[in-house]
Design a protein around this ligand. Structure first.
Ligand SMILES: NC(=O)c1ccc[n+]([C@@H]2O[C@H](COP(=O)([O-])OP(=O)(O)OC[C@H]3O[C@@H](n4cnc5c(N)ncnc54)[C@H](O)[C@@H]3O)[C@@H](O)[C@H]2O)c1
Length: 383
C-alpha cells in the first residue's frame, strides 16, 4: 500500500464555496485523513495550490487552513510538472478563458457549475478537454444531498408508480445592500461577470431533474428582475441587468410535467430553501435538502373541503419521514471522491463537461423562451 499525491490547483480559493466546501470539507478533509483509499489499496492525497487575485487574502487563507502553497500567478501554478487537476470555483464569467489555459497546460479540468456563461463556450470546453485526452468534469453536488438521495431511493424502488409531475420550489430573500448587506456577491447580478439566477440555478436543476427523475425535453419560462437596483460590496449603487427570479414550466421524457420556481426575491415558508414534490400514481414524496416525506396511495386521506369553516386537517401530519439510514459524508466531498478516482484509476464518471453543458443549455433555452414567448426544445448535445 503506497501513498500517491496529486496537485490540485484551486482557482477561486478565497470564495464562499471554494473555502468552505471544496477546501474545508473535501480536499483538506481527505488530506487530513491520509488521503482517499483507491481500489488497489494506495491512498491518493490531494495537495492544493491556492490561486486567486489577492495575495494578502490568499496568504491569510493558506495560513488559516495550513496549506503550504499559494500564488497569484496562475501560469506559474499551471506549469507545475506532473499530473495535476485544475479546479475553478471563482466567479462564473472568467471560467472559459481559465479552462482553455488549463487545457493548453495539459491539466485535468474540474469546475463549479455552470461550466460557462454560454452553450457555445460550454460545448467548446467539453470538446477541447475530451480531444486533448484530459479528464474533465463539473460539480453536481445536489445529487448527494440526503433529501435527494432519498428521492433516488424511492424512484429506484418503484415507490412512485408512474410519475405524473414534479414541483420544484427554490428561493430566499437576498438583501439589496441598502439597509443590510447582500448575502451574495454583486457579480451574481451582472451579466458580463456570468451572473443571473437562471445560469446559476438551472445548472443545478438540469442534472437534478435529468438524473433523478427523467431527462428534460422542453421548457417555457417567464423571467423577472424583481429588484432592479442594488448596492455592491463597497456600498456603490449598480443596476441589475439579469433576472433574479424564474418561473418555468418543463416537460420531461415520458410526458412528465414539472414546474420550477426559483427566486432570490422571496421569503421562505416551506420545509426548506428548496423543496421538490413528486406525484406518482402509487405515491408522492416531498424532499428538502435533508429530509423527505412520503404518502403512499393506500395512506392518502380524502381532504376536508368546506371553505366556510377553518381547515380541521393538519396536512403536514399525514406524511411519513424517510429515515436517515446512512451516514452523509458531505455532498461536495462525494463529488471530489468520484473525480479523484476518475483521474487516478480511470473509474467511471458521469458529470463530464458535456453533461455540464446541458445545464447551460437549459439556461439558454429559458432565456430564448422569455425573449420569444414560446416553448423551446432541448436537442441532444454531442461532442
Ligand atoms: N455547487 C454549488 O452549490 C454552488 C454554490 C455557490 C456557488 N457556486 C459556483 O461557484 C462559483 C463561485 O461562487 P461563490 O458564491 O463562491 O462566489 P464568491 O463571490 O463568494 O467567490 C468568487 C471567488 O472568485 C473570485 N473572483 C470574483 N470575480 C473574479 C474575477 N472576475 N476573476 C477572478 N476571480 C474572481 C473572488 O475573489 C472569490 O475568490 C460560481 O461559479 C458559482 O456558480 C456553486
Amino acid at each position: 500500500m503506497g501513498e500517491r499525491r496529486i496537485t490540485v490547483i484551486v482557482h477561486g480559493a478565497t470564495g464562499r464555496i471554494g473555502t468552505n466546501q471544496h477546501l474545508g470539507r473535501a480536499l483538506l478533509a481527505l488530506r487530513k485523513e491520509g488521503g482517499l483509499a483507491l481500489a488497489d489499496g494506495d491512498r491518493l492525497v490531494p495537495e492544493p495550490i491556492l490561486v486567486g487575485r489577492n495575495g494578502a487574502k490568499l496568504q491569510a487563507l493558506a495560513e488559516a487552513l495550513a496549506v503550504e502553497r499559494w500564488t497569484t500567478d496562475l501560469d506559474a501554478a499551471l506549469s507545475e510538472p506532473g499530473e495535476a487537476i485544475f479546479f475553478d470555483c471563482a466567479a462564473t464569467g472568467s471560467r472559459p478563458a481559465l479552462v482553455r489555459r488549463a487545457i493548453a497546460a495539459r491539466k485535468h479540468v474540474y469546475v463549479e457549475k455552470p461550466t460557462a456563461p454560454s452553450l457555445a463556450e460550454a460545448l467548446e470546453l467539453a470538446r477541447l478537454a475530451t480531444r486533448a485526452g484530459l479528464k474533465n468534469g463539473v460539480i453536481q453536488d445536489k445529487l448527494f444531498l440526503p433529501g435527494l438521495q432519498k428521492i433516488k431511493l424511492l424512484k429506484d424502488s418503484g415507490f412512485f408508480g408512474r410519475i405524473l409531475s414534479v414541483r420544484l420550489d427554490f428561493g430566499y430573500w437576498i438583501f439589496d445592500g441598502e439597509q443590510q448587506p447582500a448575502q451574495r456577491s454583486s457579480w451574481n447580478y451582472k451579466k458580463r461577470e456570468g451572473g443571473g439566477l437562471v445560469l446559476d440555478m438551472f445548472a443545478h436543476w438540469r442534472y437534478v431533474i435529468d438524473r433523478l427523475i427523467a431527462p428534460v425535453t422542453r421548457i417555457s419560462a417567464l423571467l423577472k428582475t424583481h429588484v432592479p437596483s442594488r448596492r455592491d460590496e463597497r456600498g456603490e449603487p449598480y443596476a441589475v441587468d439579469v433576472e433574479d427570479a424564474a418561473y418555468a414550466l418543463l416537460e420531461l421524457e415520458g410526458g412528465i410535467a414539472a414546474t420550477v420556481t426559483s427566486s432570490w426575491a422571496t421569503r421562505v415558508r416551506r420545509d426548506d430553501l428548496m423543496i421538490m414534490q413528486i406525484d406518482g400514481t402509487a405515491g408522492s414524496a416531498v424532499a428538502g435538502l435533508h429530509h423527505c416525506w412520503i404518502q403512499p396511495l393506500v395512506a392518502t386521506p380524502k381532504p376536508h373541503w368546506n371553505p366556510d369553516a377553518p381547515q380541521p386537517m393538519d396536512y403536514f401530519q399525514q406524511w411519513q419521514a424517510v429515515p436517515d439510514n446512512t451516514v452523509h459524508p458531505g455532498s461536495f466531498r462525494r463529488c471530489w471522491e468520484l473525480f479523484l478516482r476518475h483521474v487516478a484509476e480511470d473509474a467511471p464518471f458521469v458529470p463530464t463537461l458535456l453533461e455540464g453543458a446541458k445545464g447551460v443549455q437549459l439556461a439558454e433555452a429559458a432565456h430564448l423562451s422569455q425573449r420569444e414567448k414560446r416553448w423551446v426544445d432541448l436537442p441532444e448535445l454531442m461532442l
